[in-house]
Design a protein around this ligand. Structure first.
Ligand SMILES: Nc1ncnc2c1ncn2[C@@H]1O[C@H](COP(=O)(O)OP(=O)(O)OP(=O)(O)O)[C@@H](O)[C@H]1O
Ligand SMILES: [Mg+2]
Length: 198
């Protein structure tokens, strides 16, 4: 085999291992969350920096998706579980990448109001059928127009559990064929849910 054959096969193996790892991690985290065993490790962290770092990493991995990042209003000090909130953002951003064609921009915006912070991810992809919209956070639910793409249907369910433990929520606006905006809503002043185990 030539060096470039070996390189491209190694890349394929790396991607396949990455996908498997993601599936296993999602299933484990989902089981922890739904069995009440998810424990929040809460401390102050740089929310703005986390969003920027995840955007940079994903843009490096998927350079053909243009990213527009406008997150200045997001605070650089926020109290929450940094790893779990990072997982929420990765779930939402990965969906935008997976369900939209390359070359279509993905816009990541941050907003801070009186009582809430919003991190929204807007894509111009396949969108969601109106009748599927209410079910997106059910475990294992997959939209009818998404079934030909790889996935387990656990991402948004896990994301909404994690946000619930932080006193936050997930908002999805979408039209089939026209794109989707998913917003991660977090309280500016946190009231951690008792189920959080802290
Ligand atoms: N940005 C998006 N555009 C279009 N459909 C979306 C988007 N995000 C989520 N969906 C729909 O919501 C469903 C649930 O999403 P979720 O992330 O929970 O699972 P998944 O992407 O199918 O699989 P995985 O568990 O691997 O993330 C998807 O199957 C898809 O139908
Ligand atoms: Mg997903």
């Amino acid at each position: 085999m030539s060096e470039s054959d070996i390189r491209s096969r190694a890349e394929k193996i790396k991607r396949a291992v990455g996908r498997l790892t993601e599936i296993i991690e999602n299933i484990l985290a989902h089981t922890r969350a739904t069995s009440g065993a998810m424990v929040l490790d809460v401390h102050d962290f740089d929310l703005n920096g986390m969003v920027r770092r995840v955007c940079d990493y994903h843009h490096d991995e998927h350079p053909s998706h243009p990213f527009e990042v406008a997150i200045d209003p997001l605070p650089d000090r926020y109290k929450g579980d940094p790893l779990l909130l990072e997982q929420v953002f990765i779930i939402v951003l990965s969906n935008a990448i997976k369900y939209s064609p390359v070359d279509c921009p993905i816009r990541i915006a941050g907003d801070k109001g009186d009582g809430a912070i919003a991190i929204s991810v807007r894509d111009q992809g396949i969108g969601v059928l109106a009748e599927d919209l209410p079910h997106l956070t059910q475990p294992f639910f997959r939209g009818r127009n998404a079934k030909h793409m790889p996935g387990t249907g656990l991402g948004l369910s896990l994301a909404s559990h994690i946000l619930d433990l932080h006193g936050g929520s997930l908002r999805v606006e979408s039209r089939e064929g026209q794109g989707t905006t998913v917003s991660i809503i977090l309280p500016t002043v946190q009231t951690f849910n008792a189920g959080g185990g802290i």
